[in-house]
Each structure stands twice: as structure tokens, then as C-alpha cells.
Design a binder for this molecule. Sequence first.
Ligand code: ATP
Length: 401
Amino acid sequence: MLNKKSVDDINVKGKKVLVRCDFNVPLKDGQITDENRLVAALPTIKKLIADGGKVILCSHLGKPKGEPKPELSLAPVAVRLSELLGQEVKFAPDAEVVGPNAKAAVAEMKDGDVILLENTRYRIEETKNGEAFSKDLASLCDIFVNDAFGTAHRAHCSNVGVTEYVDTAAVGYLMQKEIDFLGNAVNNPERPFVAILGGAKVADKLNVIANLLEKCDTLIIGGGMAYTFLKAKGYEVGTSLVDDEKVAYCKEMMDKAEKLGKKLLLPVDTTIAASFPNPIDAEIEVSVVAADAIPADMMGLDIGTKTAGMFADAVKSAKTVVWNGPMGVFENPILAKGTIAVAKSLAETDATTIIGGGDSAAAVNQLGFGDKMSHISTGGGASLEFLEGKDLPGVVAANDK
Ligand code: ATP
């Protein structure tokens, strides 16, 4: 269990509480296209309202790089949050985030009121963890609560710097839940523990592979990163995505698995095509071949049917499953079969199933399996760094219990 002060350990009645949330949601034409992160933030906000706090919300959105960008304003989030909470979330539209609108709004707050500040990354200091903005944020509140798991792997003003200038820095329910699920899975899993890694490149997940190999019983590798492993086995991989610089590393990992007595499952067959689909969802002709029979002019774009069955069997025998990264180019329906098969096997098992954010979370939600998973992380980058075994600065900065 996370040993940090939480919203259950603080008295917020009549106090101004600054809550760092992760409202970094995808927007299209000013509309929020996926509101999972807003919904995930509600339990902490509702708790603080019920306890009579004056709730001041803040978050970043996208990468405005230190200047106001109207298309990255948090205004649409305030509107949708008001609907989700059933009470007004007043928006403070200051270009400098902590400006006259925010200060006036805070001064007028009654217990249980909620306001939302403008995008914290409108300020250049935010991503540099600068002192002036950290102090500005702290000046608005009596207590700070960090519930932004998605940003916890970064040390910025609004999640780390601010904690130096407040007396109390606690974590919210979402942060607690994320760390408890991921922490239990990795450090205290009910076994067998199966970890599934996919996605594009080996290089992006070097430390995750090494760390998970130590912790899990079976490590499954699919997606684009599998072909570097297949090449390391001496197979022809055609024009598939390969990171030549990491072939030796993949060999090392295969040796390590053997030494540790861990199962490392790689594709035994693969779905191939003449080239990468263009546009990505174009109708393309594919075939399935054995993993050691990829023609030199063909490209592997998804796991094959036998592999999907083998991975699903491994999931069936597991008590804990952690999954990060798609099994193929899932954006194309013809190449989404492997990812769907793995998602389905997770949806059907009684094991604890944890989806590590990013593309795999999007895939699981799009397929309608979201409510079948034990936990879907709201932070792709943060969950990956956690799975690497790194401390997350946003968590470290909160007060210990
Ligand atoms: P995040 O880092 O956001 O959590 P992720 O870990 O889920 O994302 P990425 O490493 O970003 O995944 O890779 C996902 C991308 O990998 C997808 O766009 C998918 O199309 C691509 N991909 C999967 N398999 C292949 C393949 N065989 N060849 C080329 N690209 C692939």
C-alpha cells in the first residue's frame, strides 16, 4: 500500500485545497473525445466537496510550450466537469494561470465550491519546475492534493515544485488506486504473473523488459518490438520493424529469461503484408506465415492466429496480468485481430488484469472491454516508468503518512 498522506488523512473543512488533476484529454473541434480521465478524477473531487473544502482544480492540457494557446484552454473541461459533478465548476481564464480571475474567484469561494484554473503549461516555468510559478500556485491554497497519476513521472511546478511551499501535500484517490494496482501487480503479485508487452519499438521499453523479466513468471512480447527478438533468434524478418542496435540486447534478455527460469513467449506466426498500410486503415491483403518463414520482401504487422491462441492460453493460466502496448497495427481493422484476441482473453479471465495506459488502454476501451478489466491506468508514460521500477517524482513529493 502507498505510504503517503491521502485525502482521508486531512481535514479540509473551510480550507482552500489546490488539486492537481490530469485533465489532459483528447479534444477535437473543442469537444472532449475521451473523458475517462475526467471521470477518474471525480471521486477525489467529490470527497473534498463533501468534506467542505474550497476546491481549486488545476491541470495541463497538451503542449502549449509556455504560452496561451486558445485551442488548448481548459474551458471545455470546466463545462463537462460541471455536468459530471452536477454543480458549477467556475473557470478562471487567466493567461498567467494564477492571475486576477483566479484570485478573485478564490476570494469569493464558499465551502464546497469548485473552480478550475487555466492550463498550467501556459506558464513557461511549469515544465522546468520553476520557483515563481510554484509559489504562485501555493499562494492560492492551504492544502495541496496531487491526483494526477498521468503526470507523476514528471517533476513540474504543479505537482512537485508547489509542494515545497505548502504545509500539507497529500495524494488523491486516483493516485492511490493507480499505485496500489501497479505496485501490487509488480511487487506482490498473485502468481502466475504474466506481463504482456507490445507496441512499436524495443528501445522505448528496454528497462521495462528487464525489470518485468525479474518480477513476472511469463513475459509475452508482441507488436512491432517482437521482430527485433525474432531477428535475434536468427530468423529472417523481411522488412518488418527492427531496431538493429538492440538485437544484442534482445539476445541478452532471452539468455536472462533462461537463467532466471522465466518463460519468454515470442510470436510463432505472424500476419504479413507487402508494405505498411497507407493510409493506416487502408484495406490491405495479408497472409499468415510461421515466424521463421517471413519472406525477405514482406513486413510483419500483427501476431498470427497460432500466436494469438498461445498468448490467450498463457493469460488463462495467470492470476495477475499486466499489459502495455498493442500486438499489431491495431489502427487497421485487418491488423487488429491479435490485439483484439489478447484484449478478449483479458476480458474473460478472473485474474487481476491491469492495462498500462496509452494505446492498449484506448484499444481496450474502443473494443468495449473497459469494464471487464480490474484497472486501466490513466497514465501511459507514468505506468511505464513505474513498471521500469523507477520512483515517480509526483508521488515522492507528497508527505509521508
Ligand atoms: P504508450 O507509450 O502511449 O503507452 P503504447 O506503449 O501502447 O503507447 P507504442 O509503443 O506507442 O504503444 O506503439 C504503438 C504503435 O505501435 C501503434 O501505433 C501500432 O500501430 C504500432 N505497431 C504495432 N505493431 C506494429 C508492427 N508490427 N509494425 C509497425 N508498427 C506496429
